[in-house]
Design a protein around this ligand. Structure first.
Ligand SMILES: Cc1cc2nc3c(=O)[nH]c(=O)nc-3n(C[C@H](O)[C@H](O)[C@H](O)COP(=O)(O)O)c2cc1C
Length: 441
C-alpha cells in the first residue's frame, strides 16, 4: 500500500499544539527536517503539506478564533517547507499545495519543475481551487468565484502548466564543451497559449522535469472536482466516515478515469486516516478521549466553519445543523452530514466531534489499525492512506515505530525504497511529452 503523511506547516488540527508530545518549534527548519527523517525511516512514499492563503475567518466571519485557538494558523508557505524536507532526505517524496485560484501557471510550473530537478524527481503538486472567501479577499476579490468558474480556471491552469513542462523535450541539454554547443534549439518550443484566463508564450525557463510532470494530486469531491481529478490527477485524496462511502467513491473515480481513456491503476486513491495508537483498544480510546478534552466546542465549530466556508454562529448550538448551500470543502461537509444524521448530533456536539476527530479516526492497537487498513485496501476502498497526525512529531514517531512494522510483517507495505523517482515508487508511468492533450477536457 501507499503511505503519505499529511503535515501542516504550522499547527496540527484543532488542538494538536496542546498535546504534551507536540513540538512548539513548528516555525523552524529543524522541526520539518526531524519529521522528514522519521517518515523516511518509515519508508513513507511522500510527505504532503496542505495550504490556504489566509488566516481562517470562521465564527462571526472573524479571524480571532483561529488566532485564539491555534486552529489553521499560523501557516508557513509549503513550497520552501518541502524544499527543506527534501534537502534532508534522499528517497522521501515531497508534495506541496498550491491554489490555481491565486497564482499564475508560469510561476507554479517553474516552481515545481525546479523542485523536481533539485530532488531528482521526488516532487508532487496538490492542485486546489481554494475554499474560503478570506483567501479571495487577499487577492482583490470579495468572494470566491462559484465552483464551476474555479474549476474552469483550474482546467486551463493545468493545461498551461503541463504544456510548459513539455516546452522542452527530454535530453535537450548537451553541454558539449568541445564544440561549444549547449543545447538543441529545435527541442524547445513556445506554447503560445491564448485562453480565457491566461495568455502565456513560453517556453518555460526550466528544462522538462525528471518526472515529466511532477506527481499531480487532487482532492475534489464535487461532481466537477471528481471529473477534474479523474483526468488530471495521479493521486487523489479523499476522506470518508464509512467503508461503504469509500468503496463507492473509489469505484466512481476509477470508472471516471477509465471513461477518459486512462488506466484506472494509474490513479491512486488515498483516504485520510488519523491513527491513535494504544497498547490495546481500551488504552487507545483513553488516549483519544484525553486528546478530545483539549478541544473546545468553539474551536471545533470554528474549524468546521472554516472548512465549509459558512458562518455557523447563526445556528443554535443545541439544535440540528440545517442543510448548508454552497459549502467550501464538499467532501468534509458530506462526512459531517453522514455522521451527524447517524448519531443525531446537535450543532454543539458536531463542533466538539469535528474538532477532535481529524479525518478518518483509526483508534486501536497497532494490530487493530493494521487490520482496518488491510480491510480497506482489500475492499477496494483505498490504494493506501494519507496519514494525519493528531500532533507532531509524536504521532508520526508512534506510527513509524508501531504500525509500519506491523504492516511490513503482513507484507502489506515495503521494507525498502525502490530506486528512482516518486512516480517510480508510486507505480506511476512517466508522462510522455504531449500527454496534456489526452488529459484535458
Ligand atoms: C486529505 C485532503 C487534503 C486537502 N488539502 C487541502 C489543502 O491543503 N488546501 C485546500 O485548499 N484544500 C484542500 N482540500 C480540499 C480539496 O482540495 C477541495 O478543494 C475540496 O475538497 C473541495 O472540492 P470540491 O470543490 O470538488 O468539493 C483537501 C481535501 C482532502 C480530502
Amino acid at each position: 500500500m501507499i503511505l503519505a503523511a499529511f503535515l501542516n506547516a504550522g499547527v496540527q488540527g484543532t488542538a494538536g499544539w496542546r498535546h504534551r508530545d507536540a513540538s512548539p518549534a513548528f516555525l523552524t527548519a529543524a522541526h520539518y527536517v526531524r519529521i522528514a527523517k522519521v517518515l523516511e525511516e518509515g519508508k513513507f512514499h511522500f510527505a504532503f503539506v496542505p495550504d490556504a492563503l489566509s488566516v481562517p475567518r470562521s465564527l462571526g466571519n472573524s479571524f480571532a478564533p483561529a488566532v485564539k485557538w491555534g486552529s489553521g494558523t499560523p501557516r508557513l508557505d509549503p513550497v520552501p517547507v518541502i524544499s527543506v524536507m527534501a534537502a534532508a532526505t534522499t528517497h522521501l517524496g515531497v508534495a506541496a499545495t498550491v491554489s490555481t485560484g491565486y497564482h499564475e501557471p508560469y510561476n507554479v510550473a517553474r516552481e515545481f519543475a525546479t523542485i523536481d530537478h533539485l530532488t531528482g524527481g521526488r516532487s508532487g503538486w496538490n492542485v486546489v481551487t481554494s475554499f474560503q472567501d478570506a483567501e479571495a479577499q487577499n487577492f482583490g476579490e470579495p468572494k470566491l468565484p462559484p465552483r464551476p468558474q474555479r474549476y474552469a480556471r483550474a482546467e486551463e491552469f493545468l493545461e498551461v502548466a503541463t504544456r510548459l513542462w513539455d516546452s522542452w523535450a527530454d535530453d535537450t541539454i548537451i553541454a558539449d564543451q568541445e564544440s561549444g554547443v549547449f543545447g538543441k534549439p529545435e527541442n524547445v518550443e513556445a506554447i503560445d497559449h491564448d485562453g480565457e484566463h491566461f495568455r502565456v508564450q513560453g517556453p518555460l525557463s526550466v528544462p522538462r522535469p525528471p518526472q515529466g510532470y511532477p506527481v499531480i494530486i487532487q482532492a475534489g469531491a464535487s461532481e466537477s472536482g471528481r471529473d477534474f481529478a479523474a483526468r488530471w490527477a495521479d493521486v487523489i485524496f479523499c476522506s470518508h466516515e464509512s467503508l461503504e462511502s469509500a468503496i463507492a467513491f473509489y469505484a466512481d473515480v476509477k470508472a471516471r478515469a477509465a471513461a477518459h481513456g486512462r488506466d484506472p491503476d494509474q490513479v491512486k486513491i488515498l483516504p485520510a486516516a488519523t491513527p491513535v495508537i494504544g497498547v490495546d483498544t481500551k488504552d487507545a480510546l483513553a488516549k483519544h478521549e484525553a486528546f478530545a478534552e483539549l478541544v473546545s466546542v468553539e474551536a471545533g465549530l470554528s474549524r468546521l466553519a472554516y472548512h465549509v466556508n459558512v458562518d455557523l454562529t447563526k445556528y443554535d448550538v443545541d439544535g440540528p445543523l440545517p442543510t448548508l448551500e454552497e459549502v467550501g470543502v464538499e467532501g468534509h461537509y458530506r462526512e459531517v452530514v453522514e455522521f451527524a444524521e447517524r448519531e443525531k448530533l446537535t450543532v454543539g456536539q458536531i463542533g466538539r466531534w469535528y474538532g477532535a476527530r481529524t479525518e478518518g479516526s483509526l483508534v486501536g492497537s497497532a494490530a487493530g489499525i493494521a487490520d482496518t487498513m488491510e480491510q480497506w485496501v482489500d475492499a477496494r476502498a483505498a490504494d493506501g492512506f494519507i496519514i494525519q497526525a493528531t500532533h507532531v512529531p509524536g504521532s508520526f514517531d508512534e506510527f513509524v515505530a508501531e504500525v509500519v512494522p506491523e504492516l511490513q510483517r503482513r507484507r502489506l507495505f515495503r521494507t525498502e525504497y525502490e530506486d528512482g523517482t516518486l512516480r517510480d515508487n508510486l507505480g506511476l508511468t512517466r508522462p510522455q511529452r504531449g500527454e496534456w492533450k489526452a488529459r484535458r477536457r
